[in-house]
Design a protein around this ligand. Structure first.
Ligand SMILES: [Mg+2]
Length: 360
């Protein structure tokens, strides 16, 4: 089957650490290390992400925090602030949805877009990707790397090819020469054990791998995996880009004109955001089951309040009412000035689900 698609993969650069740099501009230029503490006290836990300054000291994802502190005791060590990253991620995914009809969020900081219907060829695709990168930079303040290719497999490898702030285009006729020199582990799906076995067989690059016969691969790695490896090493991948059930959410976050704890200002803003969110839902014919109010205080901390409805709803009235109640509850609980406020709905179901008003 000829692959006539044009697929874009967007991957945020050192995402968690870049989010922290954005929230705390004084961190720029310093080594920043985001840590997942195990909860067993002290420095027990692992590094989740580090910025490029920290990487110069050998501090990278997965190493123990204690080791990172030995590598550079002066680096800035911060705990994961998932709510902040999630709210920034929502903003990014919304931007992507503005440019592409089909967006598959792969993780908090990565997404595939099928832009086949949006552009005539790969040159136009490159221009579109540059626009998307600009939009993310201007609206969210972060850099990302993008890869464009005829399928998801190659697009994802391409987005990782030049980092940070990269843009790599691999046209259909370039796929084989692009993949050939890369290490077998660069082929997404080839794990460490498989790579070790391949290396033992003298297979080091994707090009080497593509020269093995399907029979050789199958006898070594089994039917399903062997067949996949033969295809993948030739840059063939037909998996579609599709929205993932359950991971999706629609949100809007805005910066207030000035920091405030004035309930009226906050509720007016929430009303406006409710209208925007329900417009998006209507366009995509979705019902939701959860509503989240997001408040970012002047110290850049992100606070949220969520409610799950008893039944799916799709009307603007429900969003507005629930968001309004959550915002009121929030202000009572945290009488703190807010810098940004937002709203997010999730737990979607499609058209088929009945349209019931929320029962709480
Ligand atoms: Mg990333």
């Amino acid at each position: 089957m000829p692959d006539n698609r044009i697929i874009l993969h967007v991957d945020m650069d050192y995402f968690f650490a870049q989010c922290e740099e954005r929230e705390h501009p004084e961190l720029k230029g310093k080594p920043v290390v985001i840590c997942v503490y195990s909860g067993r006290g002290g420095d027990s836990g692992a590094v989740s992400t580090s910025n490029y300054e920290a990487r110069k000291f050998g501090i990278k994802a997965g190493i123990p925090i204690s080791r990172a502190k030995k590598l550079n005791p002066d680096a800035v060590f911060l705990p994961v602030n998932m709510e902040l990253y999630r709210s920034i991620s929502d903003d990014i995914m919304e931007i992507l949805r503005g440019f592409s009809d089909i967006v598959e969020q792969e993780s908090i900081d990565e997404a595939f877009c099928d832009i086949t219907g949006k552009v005539a060829d790969f040159d136009e695709a490159k221009k579109l990707a540059a626009q998307i990168k600009d939009a993310i930079r201007q609206n969210v303040g972060l850099t990302c790397s993008a890869g464009i290719a005829p399928n998801k497999l190659v697009a994802k490898i391409a987005s990782d090819f030049q980092k940070p702030d990269g843009l790599t285009v691999v046209k259909p006729e370039e796929v084989r020469t692009f993949l050939e020199p890369l290490k077998v582990t660069d082929l997404i799906g080839v794990g460490k054990k498989t790579a070790e076995r391949l290396n033992e067989l003298g297979i080091n690059t994707i090009g080497d791998m593509s020269k093995l016969s399907i029979g050789e691969l199958v006898s070594e790695f089994g039917q399903a995996k062997g067949a996949w490896m033969k295809q993948a090493s030739q840059g063939i991948d037909t998996t579609p880009v599709q929205e993932r059930e359950g991971t999706e959410q629609i949100g809007r976050i805005t910066t207030l004109k000035e920091d405030t704890k004035d309930l009226k200002v906050i509720l007016d803003t929430i009303d406006r955001l409710s209208g925007e969110v329900s417009g998006k839902l209507k366009e995509r014919k979705l019902s939701f089951r959860s509503v989240t109010f997001i408040g970012i205080s002047t110290d850049f901390k992100t606070h949220t309040k969520s409610r799950t409805l008893g039944a799916p709803a799709k009307d603007a009235g429900t969003i507005k009412r629930v968001a309004n109640e959550l915002a009121r509850d929030f202000i009572v609980q945290y009488p703190t000035a807010l810098r940004r406020v937002g709203l997010r709905v999730a737990n979607f179901s499609g058209e088929k689900s009945q349209m019931t008003l929320g029962e709480f």
